[in-house]
Every structure is written in C-alpha cells, then in structure tokens.
Design a protein around this ligand. Structure first.
Ligand SMILES: [Zn+2]
Length: 103
C-alpha cells in the first residue's frame, strides 16, 4: 500500500479520502458489530467478510476494465489477480484460524 498510495493520489486527488473512508467504515463496522453481538471474534469474522466482499468487487471491476482495453492486457492482469488471490487466501485463512483457535 505504501507503494501504490502515492501513485493513486497523483492520479486522483480523492484517493486519500476514499482510502480514509474505507478505514473508518471498517473500523466502525467492527465496533458496531462487536457492541451489538458482544462477541469479539464474530465481529472480526463479519468485518473480514465485508473486506473480502469489497475487495472482490474491486477485483471484478479491474477484470472488466482491463479486458475492455484488450484481450492481452486482460489476460496479463487476470494472471496477476489470480496470483494475488493466493496471498488473500492465506491472510483470510490465518485470520479465521486465529478466530477458531481463540474461540
Ligand atoms: Zn483480490
């Protein structure tokens, strides 16, 4: 994120605001769920699901845009997106494993 964020601000001045809004949304979403359910692990699990949903939605937008540019760009971007899904899966697995172990 430290590598991409300066480039995002250069390309769009609202990038910082959108990133900040995302962090605030996730922070308070977690706090509200934790307050309502009184279960820390459940709140973390639901917040992770929200993050994955938004992330995957953005992945879909990227697939659509890159394939509309050209098939080659779409395929190359698709390979990169598939590779980064392994990292995403490992992170999600480690978070849910931690929740199950804590619970
Ligand atoms: Zn992804």
């Amino acid at each position: 994120m430290t590598m991409v964020f300066p480039q995002a601000i250069q390309k769009n001045s609202y990038a910082g605001f959108v990133e900040f809004a995302g962090f605030i949304f996730m922070y308070f979403s977690n706090k509200i769920i934790k307050y309502k359910t009184k279960q820390r692990e459940l709140a973390l699990g639901i917040t992770v699901i929200e993050c994955i949903f938004i992330h995957s939605l953005m992945d879909g937008v990227i697939y659509t845009i890159t394939f509309s540019i050209s098939i080659v760009v779409g395929v190359l971007t698709g390979i990169g997106l598939v590779v980064h899904e392994f990292v995403e899966g490992i992170i999600t697995f480690s978070i849910y494993t931690r929740i199950i172990i804590v619970d």
